[in-house]
Design a protein around this ligand. Structure first.
Ligand code: B12
Length: 314
């Protein structure tokens, strides 16, 4: 039993609720961890988890917490012989009437998707912050944020709904990535310029890149969303970056003229990266590089920064 018992943080992530919510359910309604190993914090058993899943589902459907707790406590033990309780719940009712598909992503992504459907900002933020601290930016982006963002996009495309979910999750992701960037501000001149293409509002991938660069000790300057080409060229001429990463998420914002303008700038950067699914490989001007993913964008940026520093030393 001890092997299957979970910490409060692990249970919160599986259920997609905040740890503070678990604490309240424990203190007010007696739905706490029952496994006690001397010298350790109490742990949640599969039976505790199953009761909490009932609590989460009923409160999400609008049942009062006191009433939901009564049902949860009375529920027959669903895990005879210590079998692990199922953790996959298909939200209904107040959860928004559906799920966000996350493919083969792990339990944290499923927890994040559930929290997103409930518009539970505290749980969303806590899940992301925990993943960033435990696994770093690149792994959190690929294993947690990307699957959930892509799932939201998929559901939105199929139903035209979930705009509230998309906005709330975007905001929580931005805040968490900004906090991660602030926690590790690199020293040295900012040699990498990050910018969205003109009229491009999808900034999250660039924000992930910023946080990953901070993690890797690479200084950058971030211009953010919707940068007109004249302003971009002006920024290049004023700051002389070694690399420019220009993000386009959709065909509508992927005008290759923006890339040509960078290549023609008086202080032409050593490297121009056309990042994002908007760009079409066959329309890119010669000399522009297209990264395949976040990790490659980070390593190309770090490499060009290093080669510039090296040539300045020689
Ligand atoms: C969040 C979101 C928004 C938020 C953005 C908030 C923000 N601050 O970024 C808001 C609400 C603003 C928004 C607005 C719109 N959106 Co939107 N949005 C999304 C959503 C759900 C996630 C975007 C994201 O961050 N994706 C990140 C990952 C999941 O994308 P990816 O393509 O898999 O990325 C991989 C590659 O690009 C590759 N890669 C290659 N090089 C590099 C380099 C780096 C650094 C990185 C990180 C990755 C990378 O690796 C990535 C994975 O890491 C997507 C769904 C989706 N699938 O992307 C829709 C989506 C992109 N949006 C869409 C649309 C239509 C819009 C709007 C036009 C809606 C409207 N009618 O107003 C506007 C566009 C406004 C504009 N002009 O830009 C469509 C685009 C369809 C299309 N192909 O043209 C999508 C696909 C949703 C859908 N299925 O309909 N959106």
């Amino acid at each position: 039993m001890v092997d299957e018992a979970l910490s409060a943080g692990a249970v919160a992530r599986r259920l997609g609720v905040a740890v503070t919510t678990l604490r309240t359910w424990h203190q007010r309604y007696g739905l706490g961890p029952s496994e006690h190993v001397p010298g350790h914090h109490r742990r949640y058993t599969p039976t505790d988890l199953a009761r909490l899943e009932i609590m989460r589902r009923l409160t999400a459907e609008g049942v009062s917490p006191a009433e939901a707790a009564r049902w949860a406590r009375q529920a027959p033990d669903p895990t005879p012989n210590g079998a692990v309780a199922p953790t996959r719940i298909h939200p209904t009712g107040r959860d928004g009437g559906g799920t966000i598909p996350v493919g083969r992503a792990g339990p944290a992504a499923r927890g994040l998707a559930r929290a997103a459907m409930r518009l539970d900002a505290a749980a969303i933020s806590e899940t992301i912050a925990h993943a960033l601290a435990a696994s770093g930016v690149v792994a959190t982006w690929e294993g947690l944020l990307r699957p959930v963002l892509a799932g939201i996009g998929e559901r939105h495309a199929a139903t035209a709904g979930l705009i509230d979910v998309e906005h709330l999750v975007s905001r929580c992701v931005s805040e968490a990535l900004a906090a991660a960037s602030r926690a590790k501000v690199p020293t040295g001149p900012a040699r990498i310029l990050l910018s969205c293409a003109d009229e491009e509002q999808h900034t999250l991938p660039l924000e992930a890149l910023a946080a990953a660069l901070a993690d890797a000790g690479v200084s950058y300057r971030m211009l953010g969303a919707r940068v007109p080409v004249a302003a971009l060229v002006e920024a290049v001429n004023r700051t002389g970056p070694a690399a420019v990463v220009l993000w386009s998420h959709t065909r509508a914002t992927a005008d290759p003229v923006q890339l040509s303008a960078l290549l023609a700038a008086p202080r032409r950067p050593l490297l121009v990266l056309a990042a994002g699914p908007g760009w079409r490989a066959d329309t890119l001007p010669a000399g522009v590089v297209r990264p395949v993913d976040l990790a490659e964008a980070v390593s190309l940026s770090a490499a060009v920064r290093d080669s510039l520093n090296q040539s300045r030393r020689d």
